[in-house]
Ligand binder design. Structure first.
Ligand code: 5AD
Ligand code: SF4
Length: 472
């Protein structure tokens, strides 16, 4: 299912300003958390070449556009952003500065040749598996007239060649993403990920644990393990055997100071008994699981090539909740997959009513060139998709509100990560990722503290600190 993607408009992340960089680097990131992680790692690779982050493109000697291809008019969005960057490049040229423009990510992978043809001012096009080769590409691009395209899936694993990450990728260094797995072999009918991110591969255990320890040593308290199919993780262990995600989670839970572990995104088919048991055994494993189901109709699940039925999903949820009774679920849904009838859609609504989701992302099916469903007959008309999406989102919104309402009156550990918007406020996250605000001392930032929730606001919870003693 890929990773959780922000809906339109895409998120943009700029790196913090650096006062006097030798060479300015500006990275624009669209799409999923893995792109956020990748953007930071591209920064790590380029640092030895003297590149340091700047927060405005017109100060940048190199601009990277890290793109997302999962839904909607991905390529058009890239070309219109490139149009703006072209003006920046021209203005800098008039002022006597050269600028390298690179397009990375999944649109680069899928439409690299077209980008080079349509945007002659783009210097480098690189797919997600080639980031470790960036320094060499920069050198080639710097030669007069050199344009570079690298969208192969190289034989070597990029993680073996990337330098150690310098710093966690999120502000405040309390929470961080850590990519442990990439790519996907599932080939769902609608999805571009197997084509843009390539075959599934997992990082070795030793390298994951080393990166996690470095993060914790630098102050990180919560790590979110990332992978397009994260629970298909099968990394080589220190003993030469293959470890699954459950075994990795137990090892991570032994790192002192790491208080929270999350992972995303999981496929129902890869949710094995060992991982369910890990949710029972490990308090660090947060009771909030993103487990996309996409549809509640067996017919559509089959057409989507998901490899499970609606009842198998129900049963999986039951077993997870047996292991960890406070476990809450989030999911992704697609309405209007080719062939979806009213009855199929009603089956999705029924699955939602039976399961109860704390959070969900739902999308209208959008044909992705080159995927099996894009060429299928029986495409669903736009207005039908619209009305189904509206009905589904209304139900999901009710469930989300109901879930948040159950928090009021409960006590729960909150990991405080910063100050709040109002004076005297500090803010953090509940185990279920809800933002929580309290009146409290900034000295609590970085700690997990028991909070009693007193109110539900639109998109957050308000509470009071129960005891100013670190939880656990
Ligand atoms: N159309 C609509 N939604 C899609 N997703 C992936 N591909 C498509 C598509 N072609 C959704 C899925 C996935 C999430 C990341 O994006 O629900 O889980
Ligand atoms: Fe997820 Fe299916 Fe896409 Fe793989 S092919 S990333 S399992 S939606």
């Amino acid at each position: 299912m890929g990773l959780r993607h922000s809906g339109a408009p895409a998120i943009m992340t700029a790196h913090p300003v650096n006062a006097h960089p030798a060479r300015g680097l500006h990275v624009i990131t669209w799409g999923c958390q893995m792109n956020v992680y990748d953007s930071a790692r591209m920064g790590d690779v380029l640092r030895p070449l003297g590149y340091a982050p700047v927060d405005a493109p017109d100060q940048a000697d190199m601009i990277i556009l890290n793109t997302c291809h999962i839904r909607d008019r991905a390529a058009e969005k890239v070309f219109s952003e490139l149009g703006r960057l072209r003006l920046v490049k021209e203005a800098r040229k008039e002022a006597g500065h050269s600028t390298i423009i690179a397009v990375a990510g999944c649109v680069a992978q899928a439409e690299g040749e077209e980008i080079l043809a349509r945007a002659p001012y783009v210097d480098i096009v690189l797919g997600p598996q080639t980031y470790h080769r960036l320094p060499e590409m920069v050198a080639r691009a710097a030669r007069a007239g050199g344009r570079v395209i690298e969208t192969e899936f190289p034989a070597e694993q990029k993680f073996d060649f990337l330098p150690e990450s310098e710093a966690p990728q999120t502000p405040g260094n309390l929470t961080a993403f850590l990519t442990i797995q990439e790519g996907c072999d599932k080939f769902c009918s609608f999805c571009v990920v197997p084509y843009t991110r390539g075959a599934e591969s997992s990082r070795p255990v030793v390298s994951v644990l080393a990166e996690a320890r470095r993060m914790v040593a630098s102050g990180v308290r919560e790590i979110s393990l990332l992978g397009q199919n994260v629970n298909a993780y099968h990394g080589e262990g220190p003993d030469g055997t293959i470890w699954g995600l459950a075994r990795l989670a137990y090892a991570l839970a032994e790192i002192p100071g790491l208080v929270r572990i999350r992972y995303t995104t999981s496929h129902p088919r890869d949710m094995d008994d060992a991982l369910i048991a890990a949710h029972r055994d490990l308090p660090q494993l947060m009771p909030f699981l993103h487990l996309p189901v996409q549809s509640g109709s067996d017919r559509i699940l089959r057409a989507m090539n998901r490899g499970h039925t609606a009842d198998e999903y129900r049963d999986l949820v039951r077993r997870l909740r047996e292991a960890r009774p406070d476990l809450a679920l989030s999911s992704d849904f697609i309405v209007g997959h080719p062939g979806e009838s009213d009855a199929d859609f009603e089956a999705t609504m029924e699955l939602v009513r039976d399961t109860g989701f704390a959070l969900a992302y739902s999308f209208k099916y959008s044909p992705r060139p080159g995927t099996p469903a894009a060429g299928a007959g029986m495409q669903v008309p736009e207005d039908v998709k619209d009305s189904r999406l509206q009905a589904l989102q209304q139900l999901l919104r009710q469930q989300q509100d109901a879930f948040n309402q159950t928090m009021v009156g409960q006590s729960m550990p909150v990991l405080f990560t910063g100050t709040g918007r109002k004076p005297g406020q500090i803010a953090g996250r509940s185990p279920w990722l809800q933002p929580v605000h309290v009146q409290g001392s900034p000295s609590l930032i970085g700690q997990e503290i028991m909070v009693r929730i007193t109110e539900r606001l639109t998109n957050s919870l308000g509470g009071i600190v129960e005891e100013e003693k670190e939880y656990a």
